[in-house]
Write a protein that binds this ligand. Structure first.
Ligand SMILES: [Zn+2]
Ligand SMILES: [Zn+2]
Length: 352
């Protein structure tokens, strides 16, 4: 065991502050990583403030962060995929049982024994896992991803959650060249969805409530922008979409979007509104439409996503901040006042 600097919260109402945490000495299958950048995901904030206590109560202290890019510093004797000096990435999970039907099908993200990168029981050291707001992390090689060398690390970090969360449902529902794809909400997830759908060759339409996001949406790769409050504009797109990705986590009229799907079209939700949505069965039945959810992706698919981003030179639009600004960043995140993801420069932790 060794000590690592990190930022943690001591309770649901405490700010994040400097601390030291234990990291395990690497076993033969482990990769030790010096963290260069860690993205700030909205679920970091939910967990720090224990807002998902019903599904996954937070154990304190918590060290959040699951959008990790770093440099390999040490590898175990059985590690074949990495060597010291390599760029590497870690996303939302760090382990799974490897034997259940989900794992065997490549869906570690649906494994009942999946271990999250933070706030999951830690079988090595007891207590819970600690995430990426730290100078280092030790992870089994099965859960470490390769980073294409042309991608800048700061903007690559958010691919590990925001990227795979939007990539996976697009692959699942057959987004390819020539398909018409809608993206609802232009935040951290939405802006990745626009970039990825554009790279797949789809005709991309962004739905937003704010007209001032129009220019940015086009810059990110949208072909059209629809102001969702304008019923006439919405009506023009009725029954025309193959796929819509809904990344809104506030309450909203889901049927307004379902009605824009063509026959057999799919709407996948990746935002998590706190209250149940009122889905119209009639809207689904009449055109054999489907409504689904999605949650990150398996390890092989996450690697596929990173390689795809490497090929198309896609990273997230990030505002790089020092770790000392993390509490301020959380307040801005609540107001969606970031374009489009914060990425923490972990070199700032060295001066503490
Ligand atoms: Zn996340
Ligand atoms: Zn499993």
């Amino acid at each position: 065991m060794f000590k690592a600097k990190a930022y943690s919260a001591a309770s649901a109402i405490s700010p994040l502050a400097l601390t030291t945490i234990p990291r395990r000495d690497g076993t033969e299958n482990d990769v030790q990583i010096e963290i260069l950048f860690c993205g700030i995901c909205h679920s970091d904030l939910h967990s720090v403030r224990n807002e998902w206590s019903e599904f996954m109560p937070t154990q304190y202290p918590i060290v959040p962060g699951h959008e990790i890019v770093g440099r390999v510093t040490q590898v175990g004797s059985a590690v074949t995929k990495f060597k010291p000096g390599d760029l590497a990435a870690v996303g939302c999970m760090v382990d799974s049982d490897g034997t259940c039907p989900e794992c065997r099908a490549g869906f570690e993200n649906f494994c009942p024994n999946m271990v999250l990168t933070f706030n999951s029981p830690d079988k090595h050291l007891g207590a819970v896992t600690y995430g990426g707001y730290s100078e280092s992390i030790v992870v089994d090689q099965r859960f470490v991803l390769r980073v294409p060398s042309n991608l800048k690390p700061a903007g690559t970090a958010p691919l590990l959650c925001a990227g795979i969360t939007t990539y996976s449902p697009m692959r699942r529902w057959g987004v390819t060249n020539g398909k018409k794809v809608g993206v609802v909400g232009l935040g951290g997830l939405g802006h990745m969805a626009v970039k990825l759908a554009h790279a797949f060759g789809a005709h991309v339409v962004v739905f937003t409530t704010s007209p001032n996001k129009k220019e940015d949406a086009i810059r990110l790769g949208a072909d059209e922008v629809v102001i969702s409050r304008n019923a006439d504009e919405m009506q023009k797109h009725a029954e025309s979409f193959d796929f819509i990705l809904d990344a809104v986590s506030a309450d909203h009229d889901i049927n307004a979007y379902i009605n824009l799907l063509r026959r057999d079209g799919n709407l996948t939700i990746v935002g998590a509104p706190p209250k149940p949505l009122g889905v119209s069965a009639f809207a689904l039945i009449m055109r054999r439409r489907s409504f689904s959810g999605s949650n990150i992706g398996g390890i092989a698919e996450t690697q596929e996503m990173l390689d795809f981003c490497g090929k198309h030179n896609i990273t997230a639009d990030v505002e790089v901040i020092p770790i000392q600004k993390v509490n301020e960043a959380y307040e801005r995140l609540l107001k969606s006042a970031v374009k489009y993801r914060f990425s923490i420069d972990m070199a700032s932790l060295k001066s503490e």
